[in-house]
Design a protein around this ligand. Structure first.
Ligand code: ZN
Length: 504
């Protein structure tokens, strides 16, 4: 566990405050001058000299962590983050993740962070503000400290207190950054926990219970849960068709947060909530199927975002919709060739039962209309095709609105939960034509991510701005970004909070 604590010392000499600092985390660029500047700054501040003898170098790709012990047993880490010209918005988030893992290994109880000094241009370009720059370190520590150990009999809890020495930001503002990051990361953890929970434990019903339990701690969030009877009564044919094949019935979860009562503008977030996707009758191959417990990542992201927004008291009116179902093969499952009708009244020919996410989203998009929304954004682990196109480094973004595309792209760049726009041209709609129904649920071999987006667009109204994010890549664990390794990622929460912060 990480706890942020104020280091109340803005004077030029820190020595008198050292007694309770166990370690120092220095960050620096890999150029020789930068390293020397950092060491000089450290010596001036602390009146300590770092011996020439390096205890160990922890190598991490292009980055190196140098590890020293001072004569008074305090530990110093010097983290070389690479060349200055290669700086980007995620540099320190990633570095902090690697460092906290070393700190945990060495069982160090607290550390004082000395961030790299950046120019105003660098701050502006990559972080916008000094506060956000600091936030990236704190996020990195939290992201790197995350463990999914709910089912381990022996789960070791370590506690690290982190303090920051950064006189450019006042204590008051630093406390704001601490508080903001604390809440934000609490809900990134909440999303990750939901994603990582196995599907035998996280059925659609259990998902609603967990979210309701969390929401009940915050009076400004309203929760509505529609059960299978209600879903059928509302003629949600997509959610019914997918959910009826499983012994665990589908649910439809609605969260509302009215953070700006003076405004009539409502933003609706929709998340795909397939708690397990076997593919249904169009069964998936066995290899890697376990990851499909995370096919509810969109739902986890949108409910976590709404809960975070309410706790952060963001001035926005938000609705989160999560259609929840398990896609299983059984005697009651939908079959290829079936024709169903969604709440919109439009008919769909099922060509492949593994393209189920779009069916439940179609019903949610229809439900969103009753809020007369200004913006609708849906997040879904929708297609493998999107991962083929972009890898795990970005979500596919689909929208007709250049303004919405720009806002989401900017939020993606600063949070490093990146999005990349793909086309949504009318031509692609020809690929999902059906001979027997209004639309078919899959296209042919090509452009699978785009035809999935075109399918959703069939159910969208022109009265609001709509964007679809295919998060099948970045939602799942990967090895290339340190804080995304070993567990599901919670992708979307930091992105959407940043997006919402800038959209009112
Ligand atoms: Zn599927």
């Amino acid at each position: 566990m990480i706890q942020f604590e104020l280091f109340q010392q803005k004077r030029k000499r820190l020595e008198s405050k050292f007694s309770n600092v166990e370690s120092f985390s220095l960050f620096t660029f890999s150029e020789k001058e930068s390293i020397e500047e950092t060491l000089t700054k450290f010596s001036t501040l602390t009146n300590e000299k770092i011996s020439k003898k390096i205890q160990s170098i922890i190598s991490n790709g292009n980055n190196n962590i140098y590890h020293f012990t001072l004569s008074n047993d305090k530990i110093v880490f010097i983290y070389k983050v690479g060349e200055r010209k290669k700086l980007h918005s995620d540099t320190f988030r990633r570095a902090a993740t690697n460092l906290i893992r070393e700190i945990n290994k060495l069982k160090i109880g607290n550390t004082l962070i000395l961030p790299v000094e950046l120019s105003d241009e660098e701050i502006n370009c990559y972080f916008k503000t000094h506060e956000y720059y600091l936030q990236t370190y704190l996020e990195g520590f939290k992201l790197g400290d995350y463990k999914y150990d709910e089912y381990l009999s022996k789960n070791e809890k370590t506690q690290v207190v982190t303090m920051v020495y950064y006189p450019e930001v006042s204590d008051e503002k630093l406390l704001d950054v601490f508080n903001f990051t604390e809440v934000l990361m609490k809900y990134v953890y909440f999303a990750r926990d939901l994603q990582n929970k196995p599907s035998n434990e996280l059925t659609p019903k259990r998902f609603t219970e967990i979210v309701k339990g969390q929401a009940s701690k915050n009076k400004s969030v309203k929760v509505k849960i529609l059960d299978f009877n209600e879903i059928k009564r509302l003629k949600m044919g997509g959610l019914t068709a997918v959910g009826k094949g499983s012994d665990n019935p589908p649910y439809f979860l609605i969260l509302e947060y009215n953070g700006n009562p003076k405004s009539k503008d409502i933003n609706v977030l929709i998340g795909k909530g397939i708690t397990f996707d076997s593919g249904g009758i169009s069964l998936k191959p066995a290899s890697g199927m376990w990851e499909m417990k995370g096919d509810m990542s969109g739902a986890a992201a949108v409910v976590s975002t709404l809960l975070a927004a309410s706790e952060l008291k963001l001035k926005t009116n938000l609705v989160a919709l999560a259609p929840l179902a398990e896609n299983m093969p059984s005697g009651k499952s939908m079959k290829p060739g079936d024709i169903i009708r969604t709440a919109s009244g439009k008919s769909i020919e099922i060509d492949n039962t593994d393209a189920e996410g779009r069916l439940i989203l179609a019903d949610a998009i229809e439900y969103a209309k009753r809020y007369n929304p200004k913006i609708v954004v849906d997040l879904a682990t929708l297609t493998g095709a999107c991962v083929v196109a972009l890898g795990q480094y970005a979500a596919g973004l689909f929208t007709r609105s250049d303004e919405l595309a720009e806002m989401l792209t900017k939020a993606g760049n600063v949070t490093s939960e990146r999005v990349w726009r793909l086309p949504l041209w009318d031509d692609y709609h020809a690929l999902i034509k059906s001979n027997f129904a209004d639309v078919k649920n899959v296209g042919g071999r090509w452009a699978g991510a785009i035809t999935a987006a075109c399918f959703l667009e069939k159910f969208v109204d022109e009265s609001y701005k709509w964007a679809h994010l295919d998060i099948a890549g970045p939602a799942f664990q990967e090895d290339n970004i340190p804080y995304m390794s070993k567990t599901m990622t919670g992708y979307g929460v930091r992105l959407l909070i940043e997006f919402l912060k800038n959209s009112f």
